[in-house]
Design a protein around this ligand. Structure first.
Ligand code: ZN
Length: 593
């Protein structure tokens, strides 16, 4: 399917491959280029090279390569359309033509009826909140200082006490009982369907596009029932993957350069009340891979602000560690002496106090050291050794001597180890720096060392030259009767076509034309082209080179042809006859025929 003229190229012009890849993966800088662990095979050492010069990536183990759009398409398993939009998004590139693309987005047929059902239900809940029966809910919301703006923005509602009425309403709107059940709205009790949220204040939960996918419903008054009821897991709703308010916060975060990660949606509302809009909440204290993927896609500092109680502090340390391991910048709100929720701070001490609280940010190292220093001093030798081991990589990454001294001092206080002992541990650990592994990948990678047959080398060289200039493409078209290698051959045909329609060859544009095509073997072609682009030390292109390559290719192809004929003539022959044919063949060869 073809995009609008030039859109693909324009998006790529604004895309930085390093920024795009690092939205998904940690990358390591090596000279001008970057390396990452390849996500397309089971990679232990970083084998994927990212070229800033060419704006493309290439894995030297599994062969996968391409430009920014190829990467996102493959990594996030998106269509080319969606990948294009995603790359534009990561690159902060706006283009009215992309809006057209958005409208054509493919709708999952399984999701559509459920989303429609929850959309109608949310409107119904909002209506109920403003009805006479909803007053109790409205009072509760007002008591939490959530004003009309906030109520509308987050579409808060109320579920009537009559749980049967909800289902009748949805049926009257044309939703089937199966849809109502699949959307997690109601489950039958003795054949009668009751709204799970009946008599509760309802907080819709949104997906990353802002569509309602489920609810969290709060009990009104005291009672034996659970305080909050969440939607069950459905095709839409996966509680552990939700980042509440991500759809609103993503833009704000990119502008602000940070995002607050909170524990619940009530915390999000508190920050919203003081106009801190770059804030999301996990629905629990566990960061899932999906959370990490979403946070990384923002490319901003993550500010953790979980509860200040001990479980909250422990969760903060675990989360910060996970984020750091995924190359995400993180700082933690220093809440060790303030165990109140953001809305408690706001209600009791006011806006200035909450702002000050949110801006008291410290590093993971400081947070962890304070934790052990103040709250939970270590008891056993085992715990102490473990803590030091944990901190070795952190300490090794510190460049400032003053900072290092200060941490060693603190660590000494916590563990009882002398500074001297800690320094010795560091010295031993320094012997094998990680980066040696990364470098060896590049140093050991020499495509020319691969044992390539003469024909293969010549064809490869000619194809390389064809990727660089039109003259070589013209030469191929006029002089070479097709490459022997089938992938090279389709690439060459593609280049001939491309040369007719384009003034110049820009690597990423060439790949994007392929991305934009529906050729069957485009994957193999993109991988091969990226590999060739990455190679250096090729000779300059002149007539002499082209003629030499032509000579080798023709000669080798001729030889292969002869061998094939010989093999053919030997088939199904008696051994004696075979010997005679071979002798004949060699006699002719000796005569130079
Ligand atoms: Zn790979």
């Amino acid at each position: 399917m073809a995009f609008e003229e030039g859109l693909y190229e324009d998006v790529l012009k604004h895309a930085d491959i390093v920024k795009v890849v690092s939205a998904y993966l940690p990358v390591v800088r090596i000279g001008k280029d970057y390396l990452a662990k390849c996500p397309f095979h089971d990679d232990t050492n970083p084998s994927m090279r990212i070229s800033t010069r060419l704006n493309i990536f290439k894995c030297f183990v599994c062969g996968t390569g391409g430009n920014s759009i190829s990467f996102v398409r493959k990594y996030a398993r998106l269509s080319s359309f969606e990948a294009l939009k995603k790359v534009a998004d990561i690159s902060d590139y706006r283009d009215p033509r992309l809006e057209g693309v958005a409208k054509t987005k493919v709708i999952d047929p399984k999701r559509a009826p459920l989303l429609k059902c929850l959309h109608d239900l949310t409107v119904y809940y909002q209506y109920a909140l403003n009805s006479p029966e909803g007053k109790e809910g409205l009072d509760y919301i007002a008591g939490r200082h959530l004003d009309a703006n906030l109520r509308n923005k987050f579409r808060l509602g109320y579920a009537f006490k009559d749980g049967k009425a909800t289902c009748q309403f949805l049926l009257s709107k044309g939703h089937s009982l199966k849809t109502i059940e699949d959307a997690g709205v109601a489950t039958p009790v003795d054949g009668v369907y009751y709204d799970r949220n009946q008599g509760r204040v309802v907080f819709p939960i949104f997906d990353n596009e802002g569509e309602v996918i489920g609810y969290s419903a709060r009990r009104l008054g005291d009672g034996p029932e659970a305080k909050y009821v969440n939607s069950p897991e459905t095709h839409l709703f996966h509680k552990s993957n939700i980042l509440y308010n991500f759809h609103n916060a993503k833009e704000k975060a990119r502008i602000a350069g940070y995002i607050y990660v909170l524990e619940g949606f009530m915390d999000v509302f508190a920050l919203q009340r003081i106009n801190v809009e770059a804030a999301v909440a996990t629905m629990g204290t566990v960061l899932t891979e999906e959370h990490i993927r979403l946070l990384r896609s923002l490319n901003v500092e993550v500010r953790l602000c979980l509860d200040g109680d001990l479980p909250g502090q422990k969760a903060s340390m675990v989360m910060a560690d996970q984020l750091i391991k995924n190359s995400i910048n993180v700082r933690i709100v220093d809440n060790q002496n303030n165990r109140r929720d953001p809305d408690e701070i706001l209600d009791n001490d006011g806006e200035v106090a909450l702002n000050a609280y949110l801006n008291k940010l410290i590093s993971y190292v400081d947070f962890t050291l304070n934790y052990y220093l103040n709250i939970n001093p270590l008891q056993t030798t085992e715990q102490k050794t473990h803590l030091i081991q944990e901190f070795v990589p952190v300490l090794l990454s510190i460049r400032s001597q003053l900072e290092l001294d200060s941490y060693i001092g603190k660590l000494g206080k916590i563990t009882g180890y002398t500074s001297e002992a800690i320094r010795n541990i560091l010295k031993t650990a320094r012997v094998k720096p990680d980066t040696r592994d990364y470098r060896s990948v590049i140093i050991n990678y020499h495509p020319e060392r691969k044992i390539l047959r003469r024909l293969h080398i010549a064809e490869r060289e000619l194809l390389y030259q064809m990727l660089q200039n039109k003259e070589a493409v013209g030469f191929y078209e006029g002089n070479i009767d097709g490459f022997y290698d089938s992938t090279y051959r389709v690439i060459a045909n593609f280049l001939i076509e491309y040369a007719r329609n384009h003034e110049s060859f820009v690597p990423t544009d060439l790949i994007s034309s392929l991305e934009n095509s529906d050729l069957d073997n485009k994957e193999a072609m993109i991988n091969q082209i990226s590999e060739l682009y990455m190679e250096r030390n090729h000779p300059a292109c002149d007539d002499e080179l082209l003629n030499t390559l032509e000579g080798v290719i023709k000669e080798e192809k001729e030889r292969i042809f002869e061998n094939d004929m010989l093999a053919h003539s030997l088939e199904n022959k008696e051994p004696l006859e075979q010997a005679r044919i071979l002798a004949d063949y060699h006699r002719r060869k000796m005569r130079g025929k």
